[in-house]
Design a binder for this molecule. Structure first.
Ligand code: C2E
Ligand code: MG
Ligand code: MG
Ligand code: MG
Length: 292
């Protein structure tokens, strides 16, 4: 019976794997076509400086406008793009598109701000990443100071010793560097200290966990670490006044989340830069609701 069961399990597993890879092959083919057919779009989500209430930067987030399925979120196709290598081409498109959008805003005399670009592990591991980014930016005419790369913890901590040099190159180009989803991977504090990182980006799972004592303690620890290492701190996924209040009181420098704004169409970016969120921040700070 055990043997039969084992075989049944095996077959089930096999079929599921098969179905998954067929699904993935299909998506890979469609994604390739999507890039040819111009079906990718960017949204920009504001990052607010707590001390001033102003939008100081935006994160570029890719969307796939599928002709049949509608808008597909990156959580569904980025992992496929990463596994199939398509992320390299997709990442190139994102960088070029961000440069185009920034130059367009410049032409409208929109005050310059920084844009965060997500770099996947496979992209980060490209040997020519620095020169590639340098070439794209210099040929478009956009200053590297306008870009912050969001790198994942696992990408930079794998082979940390060799990455020091790579990060220094990117930094020397003039780019700002952030560690995205900080706290969800494994970081060697020793390397973190030696890396030229500007920003620690607290993962939204910790912001969601703020209503527990442990969750709040983790956020406190990350904020203390950022302060010690002279890095900026930003928290993502702020949805409530209570989360805002906790993070602002604890000295988090920047905030990003639906509470302030969703990822916006490029045409809505100039408008949000005019907005002053200091009243919203003050109101949240004066609130009475307790997190825990
Ligand atoms: P991420 O870099 O951690 O981006 C933050 C995600 O949180 C975004 O999801 C954003 O829309 C979402 N978010 C922002 N505020 C809130 C909030 O208040 N509540 C909740 N529940 N969510 C919020 P999105 O746009 O679906 O992107 C998901 C992930 O896909 C990103 O996570 C990033 O890892 C990846 N991604 C997006 N665009 C790109 C890209 O151009 N290149 C690469 N390599 N990855 C990308
Ligand atoms: Mg990010
Ligand atoms: Mg993140
Ligand atoms: Mg995240």
């Amino acid at each position: 019976a055990a043997k039969a069961e084992g075989r049944a399990c095996y077959r089930f597993y096999n079929e599921e794997m098969n179905a998954r890879s067929i699904e993935e092959l299909k998506m890979e083919e469609e994604l390739r076509e999507a890039m040819r057919a111009d079906q990718l779009e960017l949204r920009y989500q504001p990052q607010i400086e707590v001390s001033t209430g102003r939008v100081i930067s935006m994160e570029a987030l890719v969307r796939w406008k599928h002709p049949v399925r509608g808008i597909i979120s990156p959580g569904l196709f980025i992992p496929v793009a990463e596994r199939t290598g398509l992320i390299i081409e997709l990442g190139s498109w994102v960088l070029a598109e961000v440069a185009r959008d920034c130059l367009h805003w410049d032409s409208l005399n929109v005050p310059p701000f920084r844009v965060g670009i997500n770099i996947s592990p496979l992209q980060f591991n490209q040997p020519n990443l620095t020169s590639y980014i340098g070439d794209v930016l210099s040929s478009s005419g956009l200053s590297p100071e306008r870009i912050e790369l969001e790198l994942t913890e696992s990408a930079i901590m794998t082979d940390a010793e060799t990455n020091i040099e790579k990060l220094q190159e990117l930094k020397a180009l003039g780019l700002a560097l952030a560690v995205d989803d900080f706290g969800t991977g494994y970081s060697s504090l020793n390397y973190l200290r030696r890396f030229p990182i500007d920003t620690l980006k607290i993962d939204q799972s910790f912001v969601m966990g703020l209503n527990s004592t442990d969750g709040a303690a983790i956020v406190d620890a990350i904020l203390a670490l950022a302060k010690t290492l002279n890095m900026r701190s930003i928290a993502e996924g702020i949805e409530t006044a209570e989360q805002l209040r906790y993070l602002a009181q604890r000295g988090c420098d920047y905030l990003q989340g639906y509470y302030f704004a969703r990822p916006l169409y490029p045409e809505d970016v100039p408008g949000i830069l005019q907005q002053d969120f200091s009243v919203d921040i003050q109101r949240a700070m004066n609130g009475r609701t307790e997190l825990h």
